[in-house]
Design a protein around this ligand. Structure first.
Ligand SMILES: [Fe+2]
Ligand SMILES: [Fe+2]
Length: 363
């Protein structure tokens, strides 16, 4: 921006403080003539309004596409996919952690299901470090690249693919540079690439390995961003039921649970991961951005003038509670402490704190 432009803005702010905008708006409504300065200001006012109108148009179109796709998708049962006897979920990256382990507002969980190893998402690494917080935590917790056979990417957001720099390249990484993981097959919810891993683009629900399935890529609109396609995992634990592993939960609890119940006659045993409940998000040391409570306005499935509200959390709690889950662990990477406490109050002994380094074992 040139200094001349800055001077113009300073002059406008001096001569036309915000309260004067109301005068301009009422003049426009009344059809009164505007001065040259008022016209300039009216043009400036119209730009954000115009941007919101364009974004809303895209949002409404994507919302319709998502609803059409959801209502027209018929899924086949996956009940014969087998069961898992021993299951361990070890959070490698999330916002809360134990000891000296690194924490981030991102997700990466190591899943050991009998003899199958899965890395679910690859963290945030927002400082593009090498080794990344994920790699450092893996080393501290004794997990190596050889410990997993599969990578599952929940969705193409920076906090799940190892940083925003990989989002535009439609890939993922465990660190500042992409390691050789040629032994790995990666299941992604949109078309992605990787220099060494074999990629499988998941559309419909699919069995990944014995007892482990993706519930399929579910499409949803986001107001300020491209639409999001997200998949979750369903693990059939022998004698217990289906454990759901979720990344950000952009699909919403209803679609996640409805899809799982359409795929399996086995009851839901539990849910671990993010459900995007940043309520109230302020004040506190929750998941704000530069101290600002933006997350209840963005990356939701609604326009920013309908921010996420306590009633959305109550809806999520009620929908889950009706299934009487035996294990619930909410990711703090996209939910406030208030939401975590509401989950604790609701699910009592079934609730487990989700922390980096704190292994959740089911057998
Ligand atoms: Fe997320
Ligand atoms: Fe996300």
């Amino acid at each position: 921006m040139s200094s001349i432009r800055l001077e113009e803005i300073k002059k406008l702010l001096r001569e036309y403080p915000l309260k004067k905008d109301r005068v301009i708006i009422s003049k426009i409504i009344e059809g009164d003539k505007l001065s040259e300065m008022e016209l300039t200001r009216a043009f400036q006012l119209s730009l954000p309004l115009f941007t919101l109108m364009v974004l809303n148009k895209r949002f409404e179109r994507n919302k319709q596409l998502a609803e059409n796709e959801w209502s027209s998708t018929k899924v086949k049962k996956l009940d014969n996919m087998g069961t898992i006897k021993n299951l361990e979920i070890l959070p490698l990256i999330d916002y809360h952690g134990e000891g000296d382990l690194s924490t981030e507002k991102g997700v990466s969980y190591y899943i050991k299901a009998d003899n199958t190893g899965i890395l679910f998402d690859t963290g945030l690494n927002d400082e593009e470090k090498h080794p990344s917080p994920l790699m450092k935590n893996m080393k501290s917790l004794g997990i190596t690249l050889e410990d997993f056979d599969y990578v599952v990417i929940s969705h193409l957001h920076g906090d799940h693919v190892g940083g925003s720099k990989w989002v535009s390249k439609k890939t993922f990484s465990l660190s500042g540079t992409q390691a050789n993981i040629s032994h790995v097959k990666a299941f992604t919810p949109v078309s992605m690439n990787h220099p060494t891993a074999k990629i499988h683009h998941v559309k419909e629900p699919i069995v990944i390995a014995n007892g482990i399935a993706s519930i399929g890529s579910i499409r949803n609109p986001l107001f300020f961003f491209e639409e999001v396609f997200e998949q979750s995992l369903a693990i059939n634990v022998e004698g217990k039921g289906i454990l759901i592993i979720v990344g950000c939960g952009h699909q919403g609890i209803q679609k996640i649970i409805d899809r799982v119940e359409a795929l399996f006659d086995t009851p839901i045993y539990g849910i671990i991961g993010g459900l995007h409940l940043p309520i109230p998000e302020f004040p506190g040391d929750d998941i704000t951005w530069s101290g600002l409570p933006i997350f209840k306005f963005i990356v939701t499935r609604r326009p920013p003038w309908e921010p996420w509200h306590k009633s959305d959390r109550d809806y999520t709690l009620d929908y889950l509670k009706a299934r009487n889950p035996k294990l619930v662990a909410l990711s703090p990477h996209d939910s406030s402490m208030e939401s975590i406490n509401a989950f604790k109050d609701t699910f009592k002994e079934a609730y487990i704190d989700l922390k980096v380094g704190k292994s959740i074992k089911i057998s």
